[in-house]
Design a protein around this ligand. Structure first.
Ligand code: NAD
Length: 257
């Protein structure tokens, strides 16, 4: 049987990179994406390490044309994208009256609208082969709000709505769609918040982690990337057809409160 192909946005850093490595270990073909300057080397190294086929496209989530081109070239190489993981995301933290309008627009475009464009672009091929697996990396902030994260919380709540709608439309064609909602994961996205908060509150990074960042989680530990990757592998299996439309928190008990 031919290896399946997975396209993972934002897969040259953090959670996306960890998911890519776990899929590479299982022999999937991978379409890498991300804006890291060393994206070519990062993807080539994983490809060499696990002896898999891969492509790397630095398509910018802000531009739908680039997303469609990435899908077109991936389909030309691999025949079909069997699995789509919408993971790319950014954050900006600011009170609403100072929230920059361009940051709002970019967060909605990158964290939400890009997922719509990519789902639309892969849909026809998934439908015609009667198999597709779509995972949206949402967040605990898709279920709960925090102050000063208006755009991020809106985008993440939005992607949960998109996940459920796509699950309903996909079920006649064995296309599943699920959202994973991590709590805090130690990645560059969170490292930036730790540094900002440390400066703002005049606290050490360690104090920011224990007193601010992990405050809402019952388990006072960052969520391991491997746990998210393992969940993604479960969601894409051949026999997971009835596991669809689910919103799955992996959040150290945040949503249990
Ligand atoms: P990260 O900063 O390590 O990685 C983000 C990736 O997205 C990078 O590869 C980056 O290049 C890419 N990206 C950003 N803007 C892009 C654009 N315009 N076009 C193309 N790629 C772009 O962050 P992360 O923590 O790994 O975040 C991954 C996802 O997980 C995001 O959707 C984030 O909201 C979500 N998430 C993160 C946490 C956390 O605590 N880190 C928690 C819950 C959800």
């Amino acid at each position: 049987m031919k290896n399946k192909t997975v396209l993972i946005t934002g897969s040259t850093s953090g959670i996306g990179l960890g998911i890519a490595e776990s899929f590479a270990e299982k022999g999937y073909n991978i379409v890498f994406n991300g804006l890291e300057k060393d994206g070519i080397e990062i993807s080539q190294n994983i490809s060499n390490k696990y002896n898999i086929e891969h492509l790397f496209f630095p398509a910018n989530m802000l531009y739908p044309e680039q997303l469609r081109e990435m899908v077109k070239l991936s389909v030309e190489k691999f025949g079909v994208i069997d699995i789509l993981i919408n993971n790319a995301g950014i954050q900006h933290v600011s009170p609403i009256e100072e929230f920059p309008e361009d940051k709002w627009d970019n967060i909605i475009a990158i964290n939400l609208t890009s997922a719509f464009h990519l789902i639309k672009a892969v849909w026809k091929e998934m439908k015609s082969q009667n198999f597709g697996r779509i995972i949206n990396i949402a967040s605990a902030h898709g279920l709960f709000a925090s102050e000063y994260k208006s755009a991020y919380v809106s985008a993440k709540h939005g992607i949960i709505g998109l996940t459920k709608t796509v699950a309903l439309e996909g079920s006649p064609f064995n296309i599943t769609c699920n959202a994973i909602c991590p709590g805090y994961v130690k990645t560059p996205l969170v490292d930036m918040q730790i540094l900002d908060q440390a400066k703002h509150h005049n606290l050490s990074p360690e104090k920011v982690i224990s007193e601010i960042i992990l405050k809402k989680q019952s388990v006072k530990e960052f969520v391991p990337i491997k746990l998210i990757a393992d969940m993604a592998l479960l969601l894409v299996s051949e026999n997971s057809t009835t596991l669809t439309g689910s919103v799955i928190p992996i959040d150290g008990g945040w949503s249990a409160q």
